[in-house]
Design a binder for this molecule. Structure first.
Ligand code: FAD
Length: 378
């Protein structure tokens, strides 16, 4: 199993790394404190092709495979996790939803827009339906050539910044078979942004409530077949979870690099703290956790690229990488001593940003259920 990038992919990864160094790292703290991603930065990223990482080239995107996509998301998350989640949601459950399940007309109409930076959001979760996604209550009532959507979605990443939202709603009876997916233009009457969440971390990424009240959507905007929405969501989440693993690896790497630098420069008892075995062991455990997480992530991505079933591997990668990201960030704070708790040092932000990776796109408990079920089914 080899996870090599092609020359073109490596060049893109390096260009993204350089872009992060020049344009993102200097303002990552500002993004966190102001809870805003500057509009100019979004535009500059469009020039690099970031909004079309997973859109096919014939529709204006870069058409990256999962291995290359993970390498790029890792770089972005290392610089600014809030930005990386906005890009990951847009690509992995936005562009890919249209590319994989859209009609030719939808692809032609939507993908070039999305690849150019018209941001997508993914609205599945509801106040009473989180891990149990098949229990959503938002309804889509057929009326002539349209569906009329009513309900409330919560925790919608990019919900404010987006021009398009993939909304999941009930067109049939109870359970997962009654759910359909719709591409809804944000400007559609009857769709409005509700409460904006104030979060512990990822503060630059907007997370909002979306309220649908008599929101009329043409039948042509159904994504995939009627009643296929739950299957569509679950299949997209395999890729999404590998992307969250990449994000977790990126945050952990950032924390590790800061901690390593600090261990070599901070002096106590007459020498660098990195001379103490206690600190060396933390550094060793952190580096090992990151390597392990990256290998699991790359294995899942490699399998996905070959069309192999990878639900279990995606869950393993997400579970391990997200929990290790929190561990690594915690150790990075520890190595910084009291300064790790102070905002002037970025490990404080990494610690907050890492925490959510074991919550969204399926909590750690849900990943363990997926893994255990697949191991025990035969
Ligand atoms: C910052 C952020 C961004 C998000 N972005 C999006 C988005 O863009 N689109 C979207 O649709 N959603 C989004 N989400 C929602 C996210 O996917 C859900 O929060 C997540 O799936 C968990 O659902 P919940 O919060 O309702 O928790 P619950 O499902 O209520 O879970 C609460 C606790 O119970 C545990 N639990 C639940 N069921 C079981 C079980 N069967 N066995 C064992 N334990 C269980 C959970 O693991 C958890 O510990 C986002 C969330 C956050 C925090």
């Amino acid at each position: 199993m080899r996870f090599d990038l092609t020359d073109d992919q490596r060049a893109l990864r390096d260009a993204v790394r350089e872009f992060c160094r020049e344009e993102i790292l200097p303002i990552a703290r500002q993004i966190d404190e102001t809870e805003t991603i500057p509009a100019g930065l979004r535009q500059k990223m469009a020039g690099l092709g970031i909004w079309g990482l997973l859109a096919p080239p014939e529709h204006g995107g870069l058409g990256l495979d999962a291995v290359a996509y993970c390498a790029v998301i890792e770089e972005l998350a290392r610089a600014c996790a809030a930005l990386s989640i906005s890009i990951a949601v847009h690509n992995s459950v936005g562009c890919l939803a249209v590319a994989q399940f859209g009609s030719e007309e939808q692809k032609k109409h939507l993908l070039p827009r999305m690849a150019a930076g018209d941001i997508a959001a993914f609205a599945l979760t509801e106040p009473d339906s989180g891990s149990d996604a098949a229990s959503i209550r938002t309804t889509a009532r057929a009326e002539g050539d349209s569906f009329v959507l009513d309900g409330t979605k919560v925790f919608v990443t990019n919900g404010e910044a987006s021009g398009l939202v993939i909304v999941f709603a009930r067109t049939g009876g109870e359970g997962h078979r009654g759910i359909s997916a719709f591409v809804v233009e944000k400007s559609t009457p009857g769709l409005r942004v509700g409460t904006k969440e104030l979060k512990m971390g990822l503060r630059g990424s907007d997370t909002v409530e979306l309220v649908l009240e008599g929101c009329r959507v043409p039948r042509t905007q159904i994504l995939g077949r009627e009643g296929e929405g739950f299957r569509l969501a679950m299949s997209l989440l395999d890729g999404g979870r590998i992307g969250v693993a990449a994000q977790a690896v990126g945050i952990a790497r950032a924390a590790f690099e800061e901690a390593r630098r600090y261990a070599m420069t901070r002096e106590q008892f007459g020498g660098p703290i990195g001379n103490f075995q206690a600190v060396q062991w933390m550094i060793a455990d952190m580096a090992t956790a990151i390597e392990g997480a990256r290998l699991l992530m790359m294995r899942a991505a490699w399998m996905k690229d070959r069309g192999l079933p990878c639900t279990r591997e995606a869950s393993m990668a997400k579970l391990y990488a997200s929990e290790k990201a929190s561990f690594v960030c915690d150790r990075a704070v520890q190595i910084h001593g009291g300064y790790g708790y102070i905002r002037d040092y970025p490990v404080e932000r990494y610690y907050r940003d890492a925490r959510v990776t074991s919550l969204y796109e399926g909590t750690s408990e849900i990943q363990r259920i997926v893994i255990a079920r697949s191991l025990l089914k035969d």
